[in-house]
Design a protein around this ligand. Sequence first.
Ligand code: SAM
Length: 234
Amino acid sequence: MKPTPSPGALFIVSTPIGNLEDITFRAVRILAEADVILAEDTRVTGRLLSHYEIKTRQLSYYAQNEKGRIPQAIQLLRGGSNLALVSDAGTPGISDPAHRLVKACITADIPIIPVPGPSASLAALVASGLPTDRFVFEGFLPRKKGRQTKLQQLAEEPGTIIIYESALRIQKTLQDIGKHFGNRYIVISRELTKKFEEFIRGEAQEVLLQLKDRTLKGEIVLLVAGRDFKSFDS
Ligand code: SAM
């Protein structure tokens, strides 16, 4: 009888959110040693791999194909392959696909090994100057259904609120925040770790005025002071 191979492991590998140097030595080694890299967009990950001269084979894994990919990944893992899961940027699973695969691996008794690294959420939080002892991560706000209810709930949140937002919708979101939260202190963290990294800090109305004649570009994390925030001086 043929012995059953021991399963490989699923490595959840965090990758840079802009600056390609923001990757751990361990992440580079795991990506190089893995049998297959599951990548959200193989072209995006291809640039990272070529920067570090990593030749590992890639297989796409994104929201629209994960249903089909999960059984394929489980089969590879059961056969003894080690898989590294990456997203386009930052930590897989944080507003990026990963969760379903992680759950499926747990059900199949396959080891899950996190390889921590950057996430736009925490980079923005620690540079914001807003309290870090208590915070809530909201990811992307609903665009339509449930948006106003969500904002009403968040207005009562005592800790700092972390929101992912696109440059196209930031003005609208700031207006909605003004409506539900009053003139709350906010921080726009834009293009973190990239050439045009920028932090715009102030009360929502004041920031809206600043942005009146400006079109923001790039990627944004919006931080909103919690209900209990008084001011920077207190
Ligand atoms: N998994 C990623 C992480 O751990 O940060 C988040 C992926 S989510 C699909 C993409 C969103 O993250 C962007 O729309 C933006 O809100 C935020 N983001 C990613 N990179 C960023 C950067 N360099 N600067 C500011 N925000 C960023």
